[in-house]
Design a protein around this ligand. Structure first.
Ligand code: PMP
Length: 353
């Protein structure tokens, strides 16, 4: 039976990427596994270079003063690295969800952090708008897609201060002018690869402006100088990310995948809106094209619905424990057919009820 993987992350990856990655485990370089070669060997240095180049190329940031790094420690480590490298006195954060909240908590250890907007009181079911960003802040931080609540920023503020964005759950999924951001970070385990590496794209000229001493592993400049090889990189995660970026480039890049992602989201949300048994969680104008959050109106149908999903090969649909209900994550590698399979089950439930 074909399985439909709606997991929020780690999540579905293109099958051909998994096949190629598994081949490299057996034989990557003349009989040696990817896992047993030196990260300093030419074949792996080429992988790291290619992954970095592809990331910048797909984002349209080549030749614009940006560097792409593949680091460890997940997006969660970026919550503190951003502050350590950029926060001298004060910074503004948009609080749109659990991950933004965690980023704020970490940054508060290093300076004054102001929430320029927050939807916390409404349990993060919308994206705040119309907030001001004072020009004397060191930077502004936002989260483009809120994986848990299923909201997505559809536009970004205009500001003269550096803009930092956590794009963990929607990077490479939609066209944006990525040059409006000075630092973008994203854990690999959604649209890029397995857990274990984090892509950080930095405009180099924002660095070197804080007075504190930065521990080496936390210092972006050191990682840039060492081309992501200051310490041993997570070779498998970087290689698999490179394969996914290649897959995306061959598909036609972000513009091409964006069309598919929009179609999947349209199919999913129209079922949520038209089917009287279900209700969407987030404000309509802020709905995420990556994570659709919804609940059953009548909890008595829970068991039937979940059994039907299971029988149809649908996996990973449970909402985050803090929200409950369901969450259909529709990352780049999820096919339209998988979304159709879920929508079919939802409408079948309606016809039975
Ligand atoms: N930011 C966002 C938007 C996320 O979705 C996640 C993980 N789901 C994180 C940060 C934390 O990422 P990690 O587990 O890689 O530290």
């Amino acid at each position: 039976m074909k399985l439909h993987n709606f997991s929020a992350g780690p999540c579905i990856l293109p099958r051909e990427v998994i096949t190629k990655a598994s081949e490299a485990l057996l034989d990557f370089d003349n009989g040696l596994s990817l896992l047993e070669i030196s990260h300093r060997s030419k074949p792996f240095v080429d992988v790291m270079d290619k992954a970095s180049d592809l990331a910048l190329e797909l984002l349209g940031l080549e030749g614009k003063g940006y560097k792409a790094l593949f680091l460890q420690g997940g997006a969660s480590t970026q919550f503190l690295m951003v502050a350590l490298n950029l926060l001298e006195k004060r910074a503004g954060y948009l609080n749109t969800g659990t991950w933004a909240d965690k980023a704020i908590k970490e940054a508060r250890m290093y300076g004054d952090v102001y929430e320029v907007g927050s939807s916390k009181k409404e349990h993060f079911n919308y994206i705040p708008k119309g907030y001001d960003i004072p020009s004397d802040y060191d930077y502004f931080h936002c989260t483009s897609n809120n994986t848990i609540f299923g909201t997505q920023m559809k536009s970004f503020p205009k500001t003269d201060i550096p803009m930092v964005c956590d794009m963990s759950s929607d990077i490479f999924s939609r066209s944006l002018d990525f040059s409006q951001f000075d630092l973008i970070y994203a854990g690999a385990q959604k649209n890029m690869g397995p857990a274990g590496t984090t892509l950080v794209v930095i405009k180099e000229d924002i660095l070197g402006k804080v007075s504190r001493k930065i521990p080496s592993m936390m210092d972006y400049k050191i990682h840039i100088d060492k081309s992501s090889m200051f310490n041993t990189p997570p070779v498998f995660a970087v290689y698999t990310s490179m394969l996914t970026l290649e897959w995306l480039k061959n598909l036609g890049g972000i513009k091409a995948i964006e069309k598919v992602n929009e179609m999947k989201a349209r199919i999913m949300y129209s079922e949520i809106d038209l089917n009287p048994l279900f209700k969407g969680y987030s404000a309509k104008e802020d709905r995420s094209n990556m994570n659709a959050t919804f609940t059953l109106i009548n909890d008595d149908l829970k068991e039937t619905f979940e059994t039907m999903c299971q029988e149809a090969g649908i996996r990973g649909l449970n909402g985050h424990r803090s929200v409950g209900g369901y969450r259909a994550s529709m990352y780049n590698a999820l096919s339209i057919d998988s979304v159709k399979a879920l929508v079919e089950v939802m409408s079948e439930l309606e016809s039975q009820a």
